[in-house]
Design a protein around this ligand. Structure first.
Ligand code: 3PG
Ligand code: MG
Length: 395
């Protein structure tokens, strides 16, 4: 892969694919981590006299123009963070985009409207994607791939445009891949992974792969209940994926035969309903009452997990331990995050919800070795999958 420093960008139009897919409440950005992570590459290019054209997606508008998915609030925040104006195009590859790009001077930055307003971006049809990619490529002379959070998507702006323009890898993707490589090639041991989140079905492949790599696998969050049920315990009204029970039993056997320490919750905050102020009690994980649902790991589990992380040398964490958006059920996620902050290990937070949780809980970002901007992307990397957005940047 060619690095940014190998591109001569002065006076050239450089299309940068960034991942600016931030959570919004109306038009208020609730976590701008991904925008901040995109700044160094944009600044570097602008500083070298490029005409910087940033493109990105927001949410899943599925090929339709839907105002609630506009990148306008992101353009404003990007401009505030850069301390420079950002010209915002009202479309992706139409008249507004062309005029906006034509007006750029050296060192200036523009942002195109949501790539996913265009059906070609996510099309499964190679020709349709290539056709849209050609229209994007016409706006620029060079391409820089830097949207790490989207490298697992075979989308036009990620996969097809770099086939049509001279390209380089941006600093963010380079840094993310560096970290993930450390996790997959000879990690310092003990190597512990903490997985949470709602669904075990999202994590099947990564669990299968991690069981061949890690010393300890700690499971919390909604997916833990399918593991508890697979061990023969009742889980009441907790999240459960019946159809995954066989697979999960297979994981339990595999862990046992490989000597992987697979650690499950030993106690649970069992609530009467899914609500911020729901009444709850701490129960043994083996005795969840039939009319209750688990919304967080309990205090003994928090201690157990912290103890399993204390002497680890490498830790990867993805997915909340409970419903951290509700204050009463955020303690498990906080306990794991704090254990990582205390640790001297190489600690990596996989993106998405866990990265947002770290910031929402007010934990110091520099307490972790790395907070990834990619949730799905980092999990697919750890699965050992080939990622379209990385393949496309190879020469
Ligand atoms: C993400 O938020 O994980 C990335 O931006 C990719 O978005 P997607 O899951 O909608 O493709
Ligand atoms: Mg630390």
């Amino acid at each position: 892969m060619r690095g940014l420093d190998e591109l001569d960008v002065k006076g050239r139009r450089v299309l940068v694919r960034a991942d600016l897919n931030v959570p919004l409440d109306g038009d208020v950005i609730t976590d701008d981590g991904r925008i901040r992570a995109s700044l160094p590459t944009i600044r570097e290019l602008a500083g070298k006299g490029a005409k910087v054209i940033v493109c990105a997606h927001l949410g899943r508008p599925k090929g339709q123009v839907k105002p609630e998915f506009s990148l306008a609030p992101v353009a404003q925040r990007l401009s505030e963070l850069l301390g420079e104006p950002v010209a915002f195009a009202a479309d992706v590859v139409g008249d507004s985009a062309r005029a906006t790009v034509a007006a750029l001077e050296e060192g200036q930055v523009a942002l195109l409207e949501n790539l996913r307003y265009e059906p070609g971006e996510e099309s499964k049809d190679d020709a349709a994607r290539a056709e849209f990619a050609a229209r994007l490529a016409m706006l620029a002379d060079l391409y820089v791939g830097d949207g790490f959070g989207a490298v697992h998507r075979r989308h036009a702006s990620v996969y097809d445009v770099p086939k049509q323009l001279p390209h380089a890898v941006g600093g963010l993707i380079a840094a993310e891949v560096d970290v993930l490589r450390k996790l997959t090639e000879d990690p310092a041991r003990p190597y512990a992974v903490v997985l949470g989140g709602a669904k075990v079905s999202d994590k099947l492949k990564v669990i299968a792969n991690l069981l061949t790599k890690v010393d300890r696998l700690l499971i919390g969050g909604g997916m833990a209940y399918t593991f508890l049920k697979a061990q023969g315990y009742e889980v009441g009204k907790s999240l459960l994926q019946e159809e995954q029970l066989d697979t999960v039993r297979g994981f339990l056997n595999e862990a046992a035969s490989r000597g992987v320490d697979l650690v499950l919750p030993v106690d649970i905050l069992a609530a009467v309903e899914f609500a911020e102020d729901a009444e709850y009690e701490v129960v043994d994980a083996t005795a969840i009452p039939a009319d209750r649902e688990g919304l967080d790991i309990g205090p003994r589990t928090r201690e157990l997990f912290a103890q399993k992380l204390a002497d680890a040398q490498t830790v990867f964490w993805n997915g909340p331990m409970g419903v951290f958006e509700f204050e009463a059920f955020s303690g498990g996620t906080r306990a794991v995050a704090e254990a990582l902050v205390r640790s001297d290990a190489f600690t990596v937070v996989g993106g998405g919800d866990s990265a947002a949780a770290v910031r929402k809980l007010g934990l110091p970002e520099d307490g972790f070795s790395h907070i990834s901007t990619g949730g799905g992307a980092s999990l697919e990397y750890l699965e050992g999958k080939e990622l379209p957005g990385l393949i496309a940047l190879e020469d």
